[in-house]
Design a binder for this molecule. Structure first.
Ligand code: PMP
Length: 407
């Protein structure tokens, strides 16, 4: 019996009541962004209405209130991912911002000509392009762990890629296109056995399964706030204290300094060294509220409920004639990528939209995966905690109807 009270949850998301072309909305684009519970939206309003002020630099009341709330949000993230220290949590503009920060700081500190970085074939573009850019700048080499036709990483091939030159392995925990849950602890173990460092992209993991940086022992981890019921423009870079202390900052400006003169600048302590300029204060505070929402429901309860929905949806999808699911790994979370016969994903997506069924179409910022399967893109249905079996039934009926229209 699921511990999720779906009625109570849906009540907290007013947007779920909206209609699209006169049809009730069924939202299955959660891997792109989740909706926000009203407590998160209210928190943003509350910050601007009752404590709007710049943080860390003020002696006045409002500035202290805002600073306290911002640092409290950092503590919430720390506890949520089980980091040893709150100063190991760097607030960023999102996963993309976090990876760009890490790539540049990491490269400036640890990467030399001829060194190697390993990513995988199933990475989001934001975990490919920043590494390509720094590898080009540093004359380092980017290597790629291949996948099989189920959308699983080939771990034997990964071991062959590891060498004394490998400085970092940066891999996603859950694929945003295939839904594959990678054996991340095994990958981290192999990486550390090779004396290399590890970054986990948890953008599609933190909202679906327990992520514990201490247990997995990752060196770095990133995620976006807006995929875990928080605001857009928020995100997190987690890093082990020792490494963050060693690393060069990426962006310069206010807040990240201790002393500035024209001759020499000294940098602030963690986490401020990596948070140049005025941050997204209200956004990060509201991300803390989103984390409270998830924590109060219990991530294990969310995982159990979503798994039930995913299994149900997969079974129902497979009943549809001509259905092809991309990503058939034994362990998956939230995502079903699919095509039906030769119907172009944009055509089907557009017709589903007319029925109030919101899915994503295209390459999902993972062009190498789409190229691997030799397809024009996929339709992607991704599940969040507010979805229901009834919505899945509507989606299955919608897909079936579109398939019939195309003969
Ligand atoms: N990594 C993964 C696995 C993602 O799914 C996404 C977003 N689709 C990102 C990174 C980038 O996140 P953002 O665009 O919020 O920075």
């Amino acid at each position: 019996m699921s511990k999720i009270n779906i009625h109570q949850i849906r009540e907290q998301f007013p947007i779920l009541k909206c209609t699209v072309y006169g049809k009730p909305l069924a939202y299955f684009d959660n891997a792109a962004t989740t909706h926000k519970p009203d407590r998160v939206v209210r928190k943003i309003k509350e910050v601007y209405e009752s404590m709007n002020s710049n943080i860390h630099r003020g002696v006045h009341y409002l500035s202290n209130q805002a600073t306290m709330a911002y640092e409290q949000a950092r503590n919430k993230v720390q506890i949520f991912i089980n980091a040893a220290h709150s100063h190991e949590v760097i607030f960023t503009s999102g996963a993309t911002g976090a990876i760009n920060l890490l790539a540049n700081s990491f490269a400036d500190t640890y990467l030399s000509e001829g060194d190697e970085i390993i990513i995988s074939h199933m990475e989001h573009h934001s975990n490919i392009v920043p590494w390509q850019m720094v590898c080009k700048r540093k004359k380092a080499l980017l290597k790629v762990i291949p996948i099989n036709s189920h959308g699983e990483l080939l771990l034997d091939e990964f071991e062959k890629l590891l060498s004394t030159k490998t400085k970092l392995v940066a891999v996603t925990y859950v694929s945003n296109t295939l839904g594959t849950v990678n054996p991340i602890e095994e990958i981290i173990e192999k990486t550390h056995a090779n004396n290399s460092l590890m970054m986990v992209d948890a953008s599609q993991a933190v909202q679906h399964l327990k992520v514990d940086v201490k247990t997995m022992d990752t060196d770095f981890l990133v995620f976006s706030g807006h995929k875990i019921y928080g605001p857009t423009g928020t995100g997190v870079l987690y890093g082990k204290e020792k490494l963050l202390n060693e690393m060069e900052p990426w962006q310069g400006g206010g807040e990240m300094i201790k002393n500035v003169s024209f001759e020499q600048t000294t940098y602030n302590e963690l986490p401020f060294k990596f948070e140049a300029g005025t941050p997204n204060i209200a956004g990060s505070i509201a991300l803390g509220e989103a984390i409270d929402f998830v924590s109060e429901l219990g991530i294990e309860n969310i995982a159990e409920y979503e798994d039930e929905l995913l299994n149900y949806a997969t079974e129902q999808f497979l009943q549809i004639p001509g259905m092809r699911i991309f990503g058939t790994a034994s362990k998956k979370a939230s995502v079903i990528s699919f095509l039906v016969n030769d119907i172009h994903p944009f055509d089907m997506g557009t017709l589903l939209d007319k029925m109030g069924l919101a899915v994503r179409t295209g390459h999902h910022c993972t062009q190498p995966i789409i190229d691997y399967f030799g397809i024009p893109g996929t339709l992607r249905a991704s599940i969040a905690v507010y979805n229901t079996k009834e919505e899945i039934d509507r989606l299955v009926a919608g897909i079936t109807k579109v398939a019939q229209m195309f003969g």
